[in-house]
Design a protein around this ligand. Sequence first.
Ligand code: MUC
Ligand code: MG
Length: 373
Amino acid sequence: MSPILIESIQAIVVDLPTIRPHKLAMHTMQKQTLVVIRVRCSDGIEGIGESTTIGGLAYGNESPESIKQNIDSHLGPLLVGQDAANINAAMLRLDKAAKGNTFAKSGLESALLDAQGKRLELPVSELLGGRVRDSLEVAWTLASGNTAKDIEEAEHMLDIRRHRIFKLKIGANEVNADLKHVIAIKRALGERASVRVDVNQYWNESQAIRACQILGDNGIDLIEQPISRINRGGQIRLNQRSPAPIMADESIESVEDAFSLAADGAASIFALKIAKNGGPRAVLRTGQIAEAAGIALYGGTMLEGAIGTLASAHAFVTINKLTWATELFGPLLLTEEIVTEAPVYRDFQLEVPRTPGLGLTLDEERLAFFSRK
Ligand code: MUC
Ligand code: MG
């Protein structure tokens, strides 16, 4: 039997409006930009993937434009003509030719998995070894920048049973102002919600020592990336003394980073992100390192749309213990969809489809409308 070949690869930049400005320490999002990837194969099957980051170059070292350029000029041509069904061989070929570029690789790997799932009539989770659950609890990020508005938003989410875990984006303001904001929200929500913070590396160690103590003493359940990913010694010391557990996010830019963080004891929780490891299969390697090291897991997001969110979800449902749940709420931050059926959120959970591939179909008209010209 002759192999099924990859015939063409397309990377499309798509700009979508958000429901409100989303304020992170390093950037305020007024929209989200997705890179949608289409992989067409010689058996007529098309796989779709997504390579999405936050705020251009504000978050990591790949931007939507560089992702598209690198796929168009380098990664795509390496895959065209290759066996579409051999995802190991395809990804090894990319890893051999391109250092890093985990965001671009993640979208390509997702698209190959989607195509193979459609071909075999299996959900991507089953290609990844099989799911151990059908849905995932999803946190919501309160990031309007206003304490009263954030409390109102959280109350609404609790009322409609959509979220009961809230992550607060802090770090941009003076430390005491941020602490006041967080403590006010925790007091308002009490035991009805888990409240966590993400500092996105904005504190130094001297600020973080005191702030982590105060957050822990005030019932904050988790502190994400309080200091720079570069300050490994500081991360180790904070992990030892903070009363609230420390989660590594920016510190993980590859599976190898996850191994060295685990070896150093620099965090007790890892945020798993397909984009920062190089795809749904790669992120599971980070998950396995964490499990072996006794590090707890959290299903992270780069605020992807439906495609990237479900690519992550299919990987996360195969994990035994996701102690800290997930934050796969990206599609809910957008006012528009480019797929025919939006992912389903119900009773605090995201439902992960059992239909072939990722379980999504592109809406061609909407995709064309929102694609950057
Ligand atoms: C991050 O740093 O974790 C995830 C949720 C959110 O609001 O921002 C992202 C990025
Ligand atoms: Mg984070």
